[in-house]
Design a protein around this ligand. Structure first.
Ligand code: FUB
Ligand code: ZN
Length: 704
């Protein structure tokens, strides 16, 4: 690892997103999602499953009524769903002393406060800040003297805290609490929640670690690893980095920690949730790799197990590798990254194809109509990509980061910000998602909210924070990984350069980067995406005009101060009132999948720029499986590219020549003959925008 190439995310307060595309998304989050989520956290949405989140904090902090259970003997609540959700017997009369919801319900608050923090940096809002401060008071009132803060155990009895790391998500709650607390602190300068998160982390640093008297466990659901690094970076306290490194190093060592704790629990609970050796149970059989603990993480090469957990772990590994100069850990991150991209990534940027355990499947298993592709997993892939970019700017990371963001992350939220997908299929038809038991996880319409509400708040925090994925910086270099209209200030020593980016991407490939400084020396590192081969670049430096070009992926001109590495164009100058313009070719791509992907044999998918396209019934009619893209006609005539606003904001749609196979008669089987086909035009819309015009079929992959 070349330390001189390391970079860090830009301070969100230094950047203002003005982009037509992203500003619209951020406003949806600010105006729709954040207020709705606050109502949801307080169980005030009449027709949605209650969250119980703020209620649990109030119970834990004795705010509902004086309660005696704190510190008393653990009483396991009656779980009702997947073993981990506690619901009241009478939903209108929840017991004022009890914990309800998922064991990790506290994280609903943490993700909300994180989104609030980011949103406040873009749009100050006194009213919202007041609500957030009030929520923080409630949360902090629940914290125990020793720093512990997880309402599930505070309410149910602390004597079983940290006895089920595999399932009970205490360290996941810690991780999200840190993420939320840091974001709120960085946005507002208020440190009450940050101090609470530090106290919980301090407590965990006493409980877990390599010393003889310390617990050798690690998070059942990762995130603490990367969150602790963030806490270290904000506070400078190395204990947090050490704890993160400990969690990373101990995972995958033998004996398997979750079997040890299972055995211990069996001693006093008289039962085992997952009996080792019970090969009939999928979770038991696959428990090592489900938790990314089948071998020490440094030896791993394949992305396996629960996808969201995996990508959180890999993000934490990349952080620790960077901060500790750990080449071995970095090499593991690179191998795992390549494995995801080469064998396990949907063309929509989704990952975790299997609904069984919400997990990465085996190589090249990328089902379309059965896809899991959880919104959260795509979000975490973005996290992993940004962390790899911080180590080395290479477009192999930013291309995928962009693909995930513009497609699966955004498809997770309706265009009006009022409903959400948890699962992101690449093909749906009504009987398929409605009547087929195997596809119970797939929904053909976005839902208002979820009992396990991980995805919507994750979209909120990612969209509000999108600028931190667009830019990273080192002492004298500004890295532009994603192009979006924005204004920011880059500090170089004691000087500053104002940077203003204007673009109509993802629809049009022209980008203008205006720079204003007093002859400040700085390097602009500009990503040249793989979706374009030809780019015209011209810039002025102290008024002098220079032209450079990328032709067929190669830098065409040799100019002093300009270089091109790993898909990044580096331009160094002493900037005054200058401008760099980039003009990306934005051809339509018709891709086939590697023929090891059984699902996609004989099919193609269409992309343009970062956008993956799909066919919808409302544009093309029913039975989308009968449609074919006519490759020969497309090669001859090309695609019609049109801008339109029928979805309420500017999008680009594509029309490509196609054929529709005529439906067979009544016979289920008949002697093979040439299919009867009719000429047609296929109308493609961006995948992220599907299911915003009523219910109907959709497919990304189309026959040829
Ligand atoms: O376990 C907490 C969250 O619920 C995970 O991150 C999601 O995948 C869902 O399982
Ligand atoms: Zn989710």
């Amino acid at each position: 690892m070349e330390q001189s190439r390391f970079s860090s995310p830009i301070d969100l307060k230094q950047v203002h997103v003005t982009d037509e595309f992203w500003h619209r998304e951020q406003e949806l989050v600010r105006k729709e999602v954040i207020p709705y989520q606050w109502e949801a956290l307080n169980d005030r949405i009449p027709d949605a499953a209650p969250s119980y989140c703020m209620r649990n904090f109030k119970v834990a902090g004795n705010m509902m009524k004086e309660k005696s259970a704190k510190g008393s003997s653990y009483v396991a609540p009656t779980y009702t769903f997947r073993g981990f959700e506690a619901l009241p017997e009478d939903k209108n009369n929840p017991d004022p002393d009890k914990f309800y919801g998922f064991v990790f319900q506290d994280t609903d608050f943490s993700k909300w406060i994180e989104a609030v923090g980011y949103s406040l940096t873009q749009h100050p809002d006194e009213e919202l800040e007041k609500i957030a401060d009030g929520a923080i008071d409630i949360v902090c009132a629940a914290q125990l003297e020793n720093g512990y803060l997880d309402t599930y155990y505070i309410i149910n009895g602390m004597d079983r805290a940290f006895t089920n790391l595999r399932d009970h998500h205490e360290l996941y709650c810690l991780g999200h609490l840190i993420e939320g607390a840091v974001a709120y602190y960085q946005a507002t300068g208020k440190d009450k929640l940050l101090k609470a998160a530090m106290r919980f982390a301090d407590y965990c640093a006493e409980v877990f670690g390599p010393e003889e008297n310390q617990c050798k466990g690690y998070p059942g659901h990762e995130i603490a690893e990367m969150a602790l690094v963030r806490l270290y970076e904000v506070t400078g306290d190395k204990k947090y980095l050490d704890l993160s490194k400990f969690f990373i190093d101990v995972r995958g060592t033998k004996p398997f920690y979750f079997d040890i704790e299972d055995e211990e629990r069996a001693g006093y609970e008289g039962r085992k949730y997952h009996k080792p050796g019970d090969e009939g149970n999928w979770f038991v059989r696959n428990r090592y790799w489900y938790h990314q603990a089948h071998k020490p993480v440094r030896e791993q090469s394949e992305a396996v197990g629960h996808a969201v957990r995996g990508v959180y772990l890999y993000s934490g590994m990349a952080d620790v590798a960077r901060l500790c100069g750990d080449e071995e850990l970095y090499a593991a991150c690179e191998r795992i990254w390549d494995n995801i991209v080469n064998e396990k990534l949907y063309i929509t940027g989704g990952i975790g194809g299997s609904h069984m355990g919400e997990s990465f499947s085996y190589p090249y298993d990328l089902p379309n109509d059965m896809a899991y592709s959880e919104t959260c997993a795509a979000i975490r892939l973005v996290f992993f990509a940004r962390r790899m970019l911080q180590i080395k700017a290479d477009r192999k990371y930013s291309d995928v980061m962009e693909q995930a963001l513009y497609n699966t992350v955004l498809s997770g939220m309706a265009l009006d910000g009022k409903s959400f997908f948890y699962v992101n299929p690449l093909e749906v038809w009504e009987e398929g998602w409605d009547r087929d038991e195997r596809k119970l996880h797939v929904k053909g319409v976005r839902q208002k909210w979820f009992g396990c509400a991980c995805c919507p708040p994750n979209i909120a925090r990612t969209v509000s924070n999108v600028a931190s994925y667009a830019y990273t910086e080192s002492v004298d270099t500004l890295y532009v990984h994603l192009y979006m209209g924005s204004e920011l200030t880059k500090k170089v020593g004691d000087s500053e350069v104002d940077v203003k980016v204007e673009t109509a991407l993802p629809w049009d490939g022209k980008v203008s980067v205006k720079l204003h400084g007093e002859g400040v020396p700085m390097t602009m590192a500009l990503r040249i995406p793989t979706w374009t081969e030809n780019v015209k670049v011209s810039y002025t430096c102290q008024g002098e005009l220079v032209n450079v070009g990328i032709v067929k992926g190669q830098l065409n001109d040799s100019v002093a101060g300009v270089s091109y590495n790993d898909g990044y164009l580096y331009i160094t100058g002493n900037w005054e009132d200058d401008e760099i313009t980039l003009d990306f070719d934005m051809p339509v791509h018709v891709y086939k999948a590697n023929n090891k992907v059984r699902e996609n044999i004989g099919k193609v998918a269409v992309t343009r720029g970062p956008i993956t396209y799909c066919l919808e019934e409302c544009d093309n009619g029913k039975n989308l499986h009968l449609y074919k893209l006519d490759v020969a006609a497309y090669k001859e005539k090309g695609a019609i590219i049109s801008e339109n606003t029928e979805l309420g904001h500017k999008i680009v749609t594509l029309e490509i020549p196609g054929k529709k196979v005529v439906l067979d008669g009544a016979e289920l089987y008949e002697e093979v003959c040439a299919e009867k086909e009719e000429e047609t035009t296929l109308k493609f819309v961006p995948y992220y925008a599907w299911n915003n015009r009523g219910v109907g079929e959709m497919t990304v992959w189309v026959r040829v």
